[in-house]
Ligand binder design. Structure first.
Ligand code: RIB
Ligand code: CA
Length: 320
């Protein structure tokens, strides 16, 4: 039996920054339900939806999946400089497959997310891993409030960008980096210990097709039903517009990697920067795989994920 100290040592402590829609909620479910993981806080930011809807969806997911109160701190309701771009067409008007869930049980915290991030990171230096699965506005604001946090975060997991691959908003850009490219640039230049997981990893290694969805439906558990409800809009969008025959999991594969690093099959240390002025390439993530820029690597970039391990992890959570 591990001592309390050893248990505390083995406990992985996460803060998740989210623009909570379909796959964000799936990611929250996995992290909230995974053994030996404690989600210390959730911070919300505008992206998939306006901030209030992202916050509502995060609170509802905590009610359904956490089994305890996890504080939710609302953050930025728009990008640093640009107008907000949302994508209800992908996830449904409520971001949760137009399931019209009842209002969440609890209210969000009064403390703004960037201040909460600074406070928590300074309270647990070297212990917290941050999953950033949304536009990086909150992370950039927290860093500008207190630049020392870049050296106090155990790991910053970033779902964003595309590693020399097709984007999902424009051919050049993935949504999170497209919405707030300035925030992404600030974060990648700040010195955080970043692991970047691009959109191409999601498309190549995480899609659940009809057999997978049939297996989830056959589970008949509350979390399996919730998963199918919240992902039905993105399933339709993927089929009709995305050229993807199934549900996609950009955020939840990052949560799986954060709780079990074996989900990362291959990665490489690269220099990464984000385009902020390009008319056609706004949000493009330059990933210097060839090392030709002469710039020092600033991120571990995931090159391949273990689909089977990810699938079995998420399925075990949905089975409850
Ligand atoms: O491009 C995919 C990312 O943008 C995901 O995090 C999705 O939730 C949206 O935020
Ligand atoms: Ca997201």
């Amino acid at each position: 039996m591990a001592s309390l100290w050893q248990e505390a040592e083995s406990l992985k402590r996460l803060v998740i920054d989210t623009d909570t829609a379909s796959d964000d909620a799936t990611s929250l479910m996995l992290a909230l339900r995974w053994p030996d993981v404690r989600v210390e806080a959730i911070t919300t930011v505008a992206g998939n939806l306006p901030l209030q809807a992202c916050t509502r969806n995060a609170l509802y997911t905590v009610d359904l999946a956490a089994g305890r109160d996890v504080p939710v701190f609302p953050g930025a309701d728009r990008p640093l400089l640009r107008d907000l771009v949302t994508c209800e067409e992908v996830h449904g008007q409520d971001g949760m497959g137009d399931s019209n869930f009842p209002p969440p049980r609890r209210a969000p915290e009064p403390e703004p997310a960037p201040a909460a991030l600074v406070r928590l990171i300074n309270r647990f230096p070297g212990e917290l891993e941050i999953i950033a699965q949304a536009p990086l506005t909150n992370i950039a604001l927290a860093y500008m409030l207190d630049p020392s946090i870049a050296g106090k975060v155990r790991r910053l997991w970033v779902m964003g960008g595309a590693n020399n691959a097709l984007g999902n908003v424009t051919p050049a850009a993935e949504f999170n980096f497209y919405v707030d490219p300035e925030a992404a640039r600030i974060v990648f230049r700040a010195g955080f210990p970043i692991t970047m997981v691009g959109w191409e990893i999601c498309v190549r290694h995480t899609v659940f097709g009809p057999p997978d969805l049939a297996e989830i439906e056959a589970m008949g558990t509350p979390l399996a039903r919730f998963y199918l409800e919240i992902n039905r809009a993105v399933l339709r969008y993927n089929r009709e517009h995305g050229g993807i025959e199934g549900t996609s999991h950009p955020d939840s594969v990052v949560a799986a990697m954060a709780v079990d690093s074996r989900v990362i099959r291959r990665s490489a240390r690269c220099f990464v920067d984000i385009e902020c002025t390009g008319e056609l390439t706004r949000g493009y993530s330059l990933v210097d795989l060839l090392g030709v820029t002469g710039r020092a690597p600033n991120a571990e970039v995931c090159l391949e994920a273990d689909r089977d391990r990810f699938r079995s992890m998420l399925f075990s959570v949905l089975r409850g």
